[in-house]
Design a protein. Sequence first.
Length: 322
Amino acid sequence: MMEKIKLGQTGILVPTVSLGTWSFGGNSSSSPMAVGWAGQDDKNSQLALRKAYECGITHWDTADVYGDGQSEAVIGSIWKDIPREAIFLATKVGWNKGAYPMFYHPEQMKKNMERSLKNLKTDCVDLMYLHHCNFGKSDEMFDDALDIVRRFQEEGKTKFIGLSDWYLPKMMKYIERVNPDVVQPYRNVMDDSYASSGLKDWIDKNKAGVCFFSPLKHGLLTGKYTETPQFEKSDFRSTVQDFQNPDIIEKMQNNKNLLTERFPQNENPVMHGLVNALLTDAPTGCVLLGQRNEMQVQVASKLGKALSKEEANWVKALYKNG
């Protein structure tokens, strides 16, 4: 059985390793940023969803911008096989500008939130995130953005409100005013400002839920790359400079060997170290792990038990300074 935690004051039990479905959108771009993942097809995505349910991975995270709604639509196609009420379902709004010149335009938000419900084939999502904290130079979009998601909540179309961002100090600028039920920050053992940004203290003080995204740094940390890879232009990984640094690629290979030596009794020693180290200081938190096929779900289902503080510090030290 999957390890579970109570996701903060939502009171909902979710698996400590939950399912991130960014890749289910396939190749895509947005204004004109590359936001897709190459090499994904709907069949594998659907097989992964079914396997996740079988394994007890019942918290699924998506967004309107993943494949311009494709990830959501794939999830919406699965309810003929899986009961909707068995899944804690989260989506996001804010990255898709549509025909408007700025993020969080009220009309675009309303349009996309309704589209999300249609794509997901549900009357209510469990959690709706503001996808980022880019609210304008003078915060001119903030009040409207928050008002719209709160109104969505009042209408019974989402149960909880969340806040997400890649840059945790920016998130801290808005977190008190949003007062989210759940926070979704970028975090992995190489890029980790969870404590130094003040977010950990806020989460602990407010007993909020926290879901860490990109725990493997898009696969880079696993050491599976033996040379600098080439990605399609619409693939988000093409924008991550660390993939093109031979020294980092070599370091990831070395760290893979060290993790294998440190955790020899574990079936997946590298994933065990990378993922479970993030749970050590997050009693109300989970890790959103991308799982593109049944095999990856099977691996994920055997993770999720927090490392000891000593073990977590050892793993983090391997990746310090990249």
